[in-house]
Design a protein around this ligand. Structure first.
Ligand code: RRO
Length: 295
């Protein structure tokens, strides 16, 4: 049974977290098979910026108990490169396309939303106001007033649904979510990664080339669940919940606490079939028990 979220019709509630599944590489590897059995009900792109970026210096990943710290730093082709090279390929996916965008100022965000929102191939735009790995990446999403002002500025630029990706690195995520809703967001998604540091055990120096990064994976799931619960209790717009989901049972917990959809992120790196498995397991569990909402 399909669901409607923020103007999107989704065949099931499992999406991918931005930047955790390379659909273009997967298409090359799996060909038509991927088209026939795409694991997610919508595809969320890796975040793009107005200009190309090389990303952060290596190393960019550190494995932790039950998690991972990343400091990728938003490598991407920039707006023009994305529209020319990636969009035609992503448009062939059999599910709605959500393009994630981020800029360091309002003008950059406006350029992105104007250009991406003008493309028929794009179903919705996710505003990434929560990247921990670039200077200024978190300034907007940590503060309700900044989030409100950004959403109010961008809302008139497109009729496409706007999803605001929230950070857990803030005292009151529900206040930021409410600000996004007030500014015209159609949905919120959370959580992005938790600001984190890892040291090289051999030297005691920072392991990551950029010095610090963002923690994801099962280690963050209880915190993500709590933030989703708090946000879903406050906002009227749909909530897309994520943070360490590895199974259908994990996904069901987010739905139980008020999320309308979920995203699989870090699990995709270890198992490209994780999304498909989570969806299957979730379907099985939902067949067994009545829906329960505890927010
Ligand atoms: O590219 C990254 O380093 C990155 C991004 Br844009 C983000 O939103 N969250 C994250 O953990 N890493």
């Amino acid at each position: 049974m399909s669901i409607r979220i923020a103007g999107l019709t989704l065949e099931h509630p499992v999406l991918n977290g931005s930047g955790t599944f390379d659909a273009i590489a997967a298409r090359r590897a799996f060909g038509d098979e991927l088209g026939e059995r795409f694991p997610f009900s919508a595809f969320v792109s890796k975040t793009i910026t107005p200009e190309p970026r090389a990303g952060n210096p290596p190393p960019r990943l550190f494995e932790t108990p039950s998690g991972m710290v990343n400091s990728i730093g938003l490598p991407n082709k920039g707006l023009a490169g994305f529209l020319d090279q990636d969009l035609p390929e992503l448009a062939e996916l059999p599910v709605p396309l959500v393009v994630s965008v981020m800029a360091t100022d309002r003008e950059g965000f406006s350029r992105l939303v104007g250009a991406v929102g003008a493309r028929d191939e794009v179903a919705a735009i996710e505003l990434n106001v929560s990247c921990p790995n670039v200077k200024s990446g978190l300034i907007v999403g940590e503060q309700p007033a900044e989030t409100l002002a950004l959403c109010e500025a961008l809302r008139p630029l497109t009729a496409k649904p706007l999803i605001v990706k929230l950070t857990p690195n803030t005292a009151d995520p529900a206040a930021v979510a409410l600000a996004a809703e007030q500014g015209g967001a159609d949905a919120v998604s959370l959580i992005n990664t938790l600001r984190a540091t890892a040291l090289d055990p051999a030297t005691g120096e920072p392991w990551l080339g950029a010095g610090s990064g963002g923690l994801s994976g099962p280690a963050v799931r209880p915190l993500a669940l709590d933030q989703v619960r708090r946000v879903a209790a406050e906002v009227g717009v749909p909530v897309i919940g994520m943070g360490g989901i590895e199974s259908g049972a994990d996904a069901l917990e987010f739905l139980t606490l008020g999320a309308q959809a979920v995203a699989v992120g870090t699990a995709n790196f270890r198992d490209p079939g994780a999304g498909e498995r989570v969806r299957r397991e979730l379907e099985g569990l939902r067949g067994q028990a009545p829906a329960l909402h505890l927010n």
